[in-house]
Design a binder for this molecule. Structure first.
Ligand code: ZN
Ligand code: FE
Length: 257
């Protein structure tokens, strides 16, 4: 399975999962149909699945048109999103599995950004494969999603689940927010050498117009403040001794950043 990153809207990424041996593809969070249709045409592959992480329009905006063009496509989403995802046919909950070509994806329930948000994790099945995490707007490179429908406790719990995956996992998040996220991170974790190094790398990449997604989960664990709320330095940066209060304060500061 090959993962192809497509740009959409102002700063969204759409991910095309491709299996050339059978000329089939699946798409994660089609913000819009056009870039997906163009790529499918170019590769001469047929769309068999849409994997949605949550109901926001910048993640499901392309569903309707893709279903029209590929009527046999199967549309997956979280069970709590029933009625909110156009064309949804499969209603997933924690622990469910989805199959695409030669890979099995595990469904992780990650409420917080929305109450129904799910992530798809495709673990490596042999040493040649890489673990792939499609986390929508839950975990971002250097940050996390805003809390629209969930509490800090829920979001911290969701991020804990993602944090428990292997360091080698590739994090395919849905927006190019990395530079701004790391600018914020430096305000609360300024003495972190890994963060300083990452910030310089990302600044260079962005100045060249390069994408910063996917990132590696191991790097996120070392540099993303929203995976580091138990660290004493982050707790002292927000004047708290409580991990969840630390997380909530960090998220509140980022909202105003
Ligand atoms: Zn969203
Ligand atoms: Fe989004």
């Amino acid at each position: 399975m090959q993962v192809i990153r497509l740009e959409a809207l102002s700063d969204n990424y759409i991910f095309l999962l491709c299996y050339r041996q059978q000329n089939i593809a699946a798409v994660v969070d089609p913000a819009e149909a056009k870039p997906v249709l163009t790529k499918l045409h170019e590769l001469e592959v047929e769309l068999v699945a849409i994997f949605n992480t949550h109901h926001h329009s910048d993640h499901v905006g392309g569903n309707k048109e893709l279903i029209q063009k590929f009527p046999q496509v199967t549309v997956y989403g979280g069970i709590e999103d029933r009625g909110r995802i156009p064309g949804q046919q499969v209603f997933l909950q924690a622990g469910d599995r989805v199959q695409f070509a030669d890979r099995i994806g595990e469904v992780i329930f990650v409420p917080g950004h929305t109450r129904a948000h799910i992530a798809y994790y495709f673990p490596p099945q042999n040493p040649d494969e890489i673990g792939e995490l499609f986390c929508g707007d839950t975990l971002f490179a250097g940050g996390c999603g805003r809390l629209f429908e969930g509490t800090p406790t829920q979001m911290a719990d969701s991020l804990s689940q993602l944090r428990s995956l292997p360091d080698s996992t590739r994090v395919w998040c849905a927006h190019e927010y990395t530079l701004k996220n790391l600018q914020f991170a430096l305000t609360v974790d300024s003495n972190n050498p890994d963060l300083q190094t990452r910030y310089e790398q990302v600044k260079t990449s962005r100045s060249r117009g390069e994408a910063t997604v996917p990132s590696l989960l191991g790097v996120e664990k070392l540099t993303n403040p929203f995976l580091r709320w138990e660290k004493p330095e982050l707790q002292s940066a927000v004047n708290s001794h409580d991990p969840i209060q630390t997380f909530a304060r960090l998220r509140g500061m980022k909202d105003r950043f």
